[in-house]
Ligand binder design. Structure first.
Ligand SMILES: [Zn+2]
Length: 295
């Protein structure tokens, strides 16, 4: 069912990544810039992520010996340096996720570059290193951002949806691995309820919301694929939900042949396979279109 399965290390049938986008309260500041500082409820809902959610998530990862990937806006790195330090101390990866969770499709090339590079500077200042991976806020990556990623020598990006397993993006300027996402593995649809940013989904019971993810895993596992969750500490880091994810990880490690890794490590593995002539990735050539499609 998967045309081009990737051979995973140590005979694992499936690579797994539970990634977290730690947006914290950036979402309300970008949505309501005039008066966000007075909106204490959404600020506090976001702050739950770095202060309560992430420590709980890190504890689980330590317990099972997992290294995973976090994507954090530059402003959040600056705002929550102790959380960043705890993530890095445990050996996890932190990727680029915009500066204040701004949407690249809403601005011109110059503004995109300014904020992209401002976020890079925050990584340098707070993490002490530059990120190797990128995920666009709300997945809204543009051709201009792809150019910036190639210019700044990123190894991968993780905002597009054109395949089940990682593939290669090529432009006239260079190339980049794509670690594909999908709304079916994102916790926003089952768990977010956020009127201020126009998101009013009925919140699912923890077991019901997560069940959709586990069915995605079963399919990827059966066909030797790649399973990635795109979660948010202020949503799935909450007690009842994370308790179930913790027991799913325990059971999966005990009963299945899986490889949990950071996206940086997964990218490196595939690049090495390709360099050794052991794997030929599917290639998507970008941009898809040179200009407006509908006149
Ligand atoms: Zn985000």
């Amino acid at each position: 069912m998967i045309a081009n399965p990737i051979p995973w290390p140590n005979g694992a049938r499936c690579a797994c990544a539970i990634t977290f986008d730690m947006d914290a309260d950036s979402l309300i500041h970008i949505a309501k810039p005039e008066d966000s500082h007075r909106r204490l409820y959404p600020i506090s809902m976001g702050k739950y992520g770095p202060t309560v959610g992430v420590p709980r998530i890190l504890e689980t990862y330590r317990k099972y010996g997992l290294k995973q990937s976090f994507f954090i806006p530059g402003w959040c790195l600056e705002q929550y340096p102790e959380t960043v330090e705890a993530i890095l101390k445990d050996g996890h990866e932190i990727g680029h996720h915009g500066y204040l969770h701004e949407n690249p499709t809403s601005m011109g090339a110059e503004k995109q570059r300014e904020l992209f590079e401002r976020a890079l500077q925050a990584h340098k200042n707070i993490c002490g290193s530059l990120p190797r991976g990128y995920r666009a806020p709300v997945y809204d990556i543009t051709p201009e951002v792809v150019d910036l990623l190639i210019e700044h020598d990123f190894a991968y990006e993780s905002s597009m949806m054109a395949d089940d397993v990682p593939y290669l993006l090529k432009t006239d300027r260079g190339q980049l691995w794509e670690i594909p996402v999908h709304w079916g593995e994102d916790d926003w649809p089952p768990f977010a309820h956020y009127e201020e940013i126009g998101y009013l989904m009925p919140v699912r019971a923890p077991s019901r919301g997560l069940q959709a993810f586990w069915e995605e895993f079963e399919a990827q596992y059966e066909f030797g694929g790649f399973f990635m969750l795109i979660l948010h500490p202020f949503l799935t880091g909450r007690l009842a939900r994370w308790r179930l994810v913790d027991s799913w990880i325990e059971q999966t490690l005990r009963t299945k042949e899986v490889w949990f890794a950071t996206l940086e490590d997964i990218t490196r593995h595939i690049a090495e396979l390709q360099a050794a002539g052991r794997y030929e990735p599917r290639i998507d050539k970008l941009p898809y279109y040179d200009g407006p499609v509908a006149e």
